[in-house]
Design a protein around this ligand. Sequence first.
Ligand code: ADP
Length: 401
Amino acid sequence: MKVLVINSGSSSIKYQLLDMDTDTVLVNGLVERIGDEKGDLTNKAFPGTDKQVVTKMVQPIPDHNTGMRLAIELIAHPEKGVISDMSEIGAVGHRVVHGGEDFHQPTIITDEVIAAIEANVPLAPLHNPANLDGIRVAMELFPGVPQVAVFDTAFHQTIPAHAYMYALPYELYEKDRVRRYGFHGTSHKFVAGECARILDKNLGDLNCITVHLGNGCSMTAVENGKSVDTSLGMTPLEGLVMGTRSGDVDPAIHTFLSRNKGMDIEAIDTMLNKESGLKGLCGMNDMRDIHDAIEKGNELAKLALDVQTYRNRKYIGAYMAVLGRVDAIVFTAGIGENDDIVRRESVKGLECFGVKIDAEVNAQRAKEPLKISTDDSSVAVWVIPTNEELAIARETKNILQ
Ligand code: ADP
């Protein structure tokens, strides 16, 4: 079975075609700058193999429909493509950011499901409309092919009320569903599953802390295979220090900025989401640039690294208290998979809780899962690469079977 995975953003579409019989990626593509004067499409057929064919197009791409049509033409192109007929695509899996309280698992898309995703737009005003654009286009282009929504929030629907409630007037929850939802669920679930497989445990018996550090960052406490707490909140702003997002701040800072700096709510929202985090502290949001700057003596870059890794450590400690027994800590995503310094600093001082990493092994680079804890560490520490597209494709296939 071949599954097309679509991650539709406001001005971009990421897509992958996967062969689920062999777990291989047949096509990896990105449409960017939709709606701009110059659109951009990069399509990689058989990526990473010696058969790889890269096609780049620069042309106006006025809307998602045009972008997806161009991508599909390349996927089934007689020379540059990977399939001879569109009917080879057995299902389409869509990443949907916010499923609110309506979706606990991936779901076959019907009119009711679309209405429920629409009803959750107030909770994710930037993401859900863009995800719906992708769904509508795919339904038009692949009539009769099952479409499945895989929600970022679904894995976290097992979090108990004492962890998902904010201590705000209760009617805000009753009337407006103000609560913690959590995100990156597909990634946390995937690496927790991989961890169980590697440790040869049933997922239902595994307690672990999954640490997803990319541009967006989040941490999840997984108890007996289920999410019981997570750091992102009602929106993807709470918790850890991210590339451009602040993570936790005193909510009274909003009032301070409004009263003393005359900032309106839009300006504050933009600042917290786009101009804060690592970028806010040192002007850079790519961890590689931050390390280069630290080497050259940039003190703010060092501060940014310290603030991020201290926050990571604090959350790991909190989730150890939540779980009691921790079988493993799992680092994943761009920074988590590649940055040994961030990993080292994030578990520094946790030796007294049984977390010991091997500096030499930690410094190694691997594309495969890597155990970085010492043999006498009572908590195993692993680096496990995430693969959200493969996870979405697997969820899509599973639900259809
Ligand atoms: P996204 O949240 O956009 O999916 P990724 O998981 O791809 O992000 O992570 C992107 C981030 O990973 C980059 O901003 C960069 O900070 C970090 N990163 C990528 N490669 C490396 C590396 N080799 N060393 C350190 N950090 C890296």
